[in-house]
Design a protein around this ligand. Structure first.
Ligand SMILES: [Zn+2]
Length: 157
């Protein structure tokens, strides 16, 4: 205990170190932050995680920085499911070149299991496919059983 308190007294010190190139996922709900870090990081990615930072909008938030790369379409689909209100910034040479809310895809393909236990996708090997019916709040429809689900009901693969 007591370690790191000096960091909080220096307003110029970044809570999570800046990265030269990569992606910053910000405004994450604290409870989703570690899940996001685990889901989007590949085995050899360097990942920096900040948890429970004060945020004017959220009260507390999490930040995940991934060095060296931008996110794949599958990563972005996963993010849209578990943290649809997060923001994402692309960093090049320590500068933010693009910052935007997480783009909600039109379809979520092979990143989540269908919550309907009777759905064929839970009984035969196949690629799951949800179309986005509504972005806010996020509602998706399974292409196979044609049922609608809230994003929070989906279990990521
Ligand atoms: Zn289904």
């Amino acid at each position: 205990m007591g370690e790191g308190t000096s960091a909080h007294k220096n307003p110029k010190l970044r809570l999570v170190p800046a990265i030269a190139h990569g992606t910053v996922i910000d405004h994450l709900p604290p409870e989703a932050t570690l899940t996001v870090a685990n889901l989007v990081a590949d085995a050899d990615d360097e990942v920096l995680i900040g948890l429970n930072f004060k945020s004017a909008h959220l009260g507390r938030k999490g930040v995940v920085k991934i060095t060296g790369r931008e996110l794949s379409a599958a990563d972005i689909s996963r993010l849209a499911v578990i943290a649809p209100h997060a923001s994402m910034a692309i960093i090049r040479d320590y500068k933010v070149v693009k910052k935007a809310p997480i783009p909600i895809p039109q379809a979520i393909i092979n990143v989540a299991r269908c919550p309907n236990p009777n759905c064929v996708t839970n009984h035969e090997p196949c690629t799951t496919h949800f179309t986005v019916e509504q972005a806010e709040p996020l509602i998706v429809r399974c292409r196979y059983c044609e049922r609608d689900f809230k994003a929070a009901e989906l279990h990521l693969l």
